[in-house]
Design a protein around this ligand. Structure first.
Ligand code: NAD
Length: 330
């Protein structure tokens, strides 16, 4: 058996994929369901590395503990690292690596799936037909063909989303501080944000959450949108002011809302809370609208993306254990 790795926040699918791609059991993997935090860090004692995900809490205290246990590698199974004190890790000589891209198509396809379901109401039709109710009342949608789609953030996922909408025969407009030639090659027109909001029938968010983008969808920008427009967010919950969106839905200014992310999702997502009382009134209000569709951060959750996550994570660990260069080192 080789180096020992403690895998935190482990779900059945993490175990399945990491085990499948751990060729010859080269790395000794131990799976913990609990997240890595101040309370659980003792579990890492005796391991060479820890492997973590989006909701693990790796602050200076946790890092110092890890260093005292001689854990000198942290492998993130995700791209983002806002949950980790990178500066402190560097000061303690702990190597941190990540999976910079899961699968842009996985998230793009999910975004378009949300949009199509909101328009054609598959979720309602599915239940209705199962009850032998073949009435079409309330199921009327609209064609995507010839509609204007506004993509905010033309990076990897934004471009993948544009490709799909182009296939529907949509007109593409986009906004990003940095122009991407691939967007122009797809026939998209770069606009400023206000112009995009004014002309788009469907708006899809694909930019990162940063101080400049926090609440970019707010009372003012919602007012600039076409009345009845559709908004899709598969990026980060904090891009949207949820209370402003609720007002816009009540006023019928916003026609449809599709979310895979939510500002306070870390309290809710990835767990079965079906027997719990949810005390987030904003989230609960969002669920009451017939024209709102929410999924629990599953954009990345495909066979292909999980394969990439497992292969890249194990590859990163091999490289770091063997003192080889690792391009995914932070
Ligand atoms: P990327 O880095 O390739 O692209 C992000 C783009 O946003 C870049 O082109 C950048 O210039 C642009 N941008 C930066 N500031 C902007 C601003 N103020 N306004 C508009 N655009 C701006 O990233 P990506 O791989 O395409 O991922 C996009 C986002 O998707 C990530 O930030 C992440 O939050 C989210 N994501 C979600 C899931 C999921 O499961 N739902 C999975 C992976 C990533």
């Amino acid at each position: 058996m080789g180096h020992k790795v403690a895998v935190f926040s482990s779900k059945k699918y993490d175990e399945r994929f990491l085990t499948r791609y751990n060729k010859n059991d080269a790395i000794a993997l131990t799976f913990f369901e609990s997240k890595l935090s101040r309370e659980t860090v003792e579990l890492a004692n005796g391991f060479d590395a820890v492997c973590i995900f989006v909701n693990d809490e790796v602050d200076a205290f946790v890092l110092e503990k890890l260093a005292s246990f001689n854990v000198n590698v942290i492998a993130l199974r995700c791209a983002g690292f806002n949950n980790l004190d990178l500066q402190k890790a560097k000061a303690l000589d702990i190597a941190v690596c990540r999976v910079p891209e899961y699968s842009p198509e996985a998230v793009a396809e999910h975004a378009v799936g949300l949009a199509l379901t909101l328009s054609r109401k598959f979720h309602k039709a599915y239940n209705r037909v199962r009850e032998n109710n073949f009435s079409l009342s309330g199921l009327r949608g609209f064609n995507f063909h010839n509609k204007t789609v506004g993509i905010i953030g033309t990076g990897k996922i934004g471009i993948a989303t544009m490709r799909i909408f182009k296939g529907f025969g949509c007109k593409l407009v986009c906004y990003d501080p940095y122009q991407n030639e691939q967007a122009i090659a797809l026939g998209a027109e770069y606009l400023d944000l206000t112009d995009l909001l004014q002309c788009a029938d469907i708006i899809s968010l694909h930019c990162p959450l940063m101080p400049q983008t926090q609440y970019m969808i707010n009372k003012a920008t919602l007012t600039q949108m076409k009345r009845g427009a559709m908004l899709i967010n598969t990026s980060r919950g904090g891009l949207i002011d949820s209370e402003a969106v609720i007002s816009a839905l009540k006023d019928k200014q916003l026609g449809y809302l599709g979310l895979d992310v939510y500002e306070l999702e870390s309290e809710l997502f990835f767990e079965d809370l079906s027997s719990e009382v949810i005390d987030d009134d904003v989230f609960q209000r969002l669920l009451t609208f017939p024209n709102v569709l929410i999924t629990g951060h599953q954009g990345f959750f495909t066979e292909e993306a999980l394969t990439t996550i497992a292969e890249t994570t194990l590859g990163n660990l091999h490289q770091l254990f063997n003192k080889q260069p690792c391009e995914n080192l932070l």
